[in-house]
Design a protein around this ligand. Structure first.
Ligand SMILES: [Zn+2]
Ligand SMILES: [Zn+2]
Length: 333
């Protein structure tokens, strides 16, 4: 159903997609869809659809989930498409299949499996890395020529080496068997990062900044600059001044969030963890007022039963009245 809605918005282009981001403005998306013969309103806060993903910079949400196995939300993973090339942030479950779905839906060649060859990990929690073997091996079978370039915190190299070792028999089989296989597409070139500019090419510059995610010695957010836009990822983090400073009027801020309302019903030990490791709706509203993003995209939402509309309302009530979207898998910003 959503693909029909997305195609309706596709006709209207990017401006409508952005105006439909806020649930307050979602009716324009519904009206557009209805005019296109679609009667079901789009999901609240959805911003699916974009004019042309082969030029400029676009954020494609490949997975907006958490460790919880929500069938509607794959594990956390996002693609920043810059002039058609995909730069992946985090490798949650389902990553390569969601990318294939987005490639087909939006005609985005850069999201086809064989083209996925660079990724950035915010931290090494399993929900952000369990799709890593998928990202290493599936594109290789699809005849990726280049090794996967993988940037992440300390431990990334060891994780990549373990995953390659775990599939040693498969790699040996494909390289020595009758099936065609590129010689280096299974390899991983891992780079362990520190805060600062961690990557640069002719399309994009990626800056890493440290955030607080309890228990992890290293957890990062990222800022992408390229194609005339700036995109900031919070990663998993407690409220962070670094996010405010790195965004500072950025075009898109993709931020994790939990419901401050349903949080009150959580067991004390979980309340203690979440308060130190993640960012509530109320805290995010206060941050976003100062970060002034062109649009705030909610991601990695922990609702514990709170509805998307309810979480958006919590943020509004806490004082943020700027552009806002409740991110869902395959939305484009
Ligand atoms: Zn997470
Ligand atoms: Zn985490």
């Amino acid at each position: 159903m959503r693909s029909v809605v997305a195609s309706g918005l596709l006709l209207a282009g990017y401006a409508l997609a952005l105006s439909a981001c806020d649930p307050g403005g979602a009716s324009s998306g519904a009206a557009e869809a209805a005019a296109d013969g679609e009667t079901t309103p789009p999901p609240e806060g959805a911003a699916a659809g974009a004019a042309d993903l082969s030029t400029g910079t676009h954020v494609v949400l490949l997975g907006t989930g958490t460790p919880n196995p929500d069938p509607e939300a794959s594990g956390p993973a996002t693609a920043v498409l810059v002039e058609g090339r995909a730069y992946i942030v985090d490798a949650g479950a389902g990553l390569v299949r969601r990318a294939a779905e987005a490639a087909e839906r939006y005609g985005a060649e850069g999201l086809t499996a064989a083209r996925l060859d660079i990724a950035f990990l915010t931290h090494l929690h399993s929900d952000h890395t369990i799709g890593l073997p998928d990202l290493i091996h599936t594109p290789w079978v699809a005849e990726r020529e280049a090794p996967l370039k993988l940037f992440g915190p300390g431990g990334t190299s060891a994780m990549a080496a373990h995953l390659t070792a775990a599939w040693e028999a498969d790699i040996e089989n494909r390289l020595s068997g009758r099936q065609p296989a590129t010689p280096d597409g299974w390899r991983v070139e891992a780079v362990e990062i520190e805060p600062g500019v961690i990557y640069k090419d002719d399309r994009v510059r990626v800056t890493a900044f440290a955030v607080q995610h309890t228990g992890w010695p290293e957890a990062y957010g990222f800022r992408f600059d390229g194609g005339g836009r700036s995109v900031v990822f919070s990663g998993d983090t407690a409220p962070s001044e670094a996010v405010v400073e790195m965004c500072a009027g950025c075009d898109v801020l993709v931020h994790e969030v939990y419901s401050a309302t349903t949080f009150r019903d959580r067991p004390p030990e979980w309340q203690s963890y979440h308060a130190q490791a993640h960012t509530s709706t109320v805290e995010l509203a206060r941050l976003a007022v100062r970060a002034r993003p062109g649009i705030l995209v909610l991601h990695h939402q922990l609702g514990w039963g709170a509805t998307p509309e309810g979480m958006v309302a919590e943020i509004r009530a806490a004082g943020y009245d700027g552009p806002l979207a409740y991110g869902r898998d395959l939305d484009v910003y």
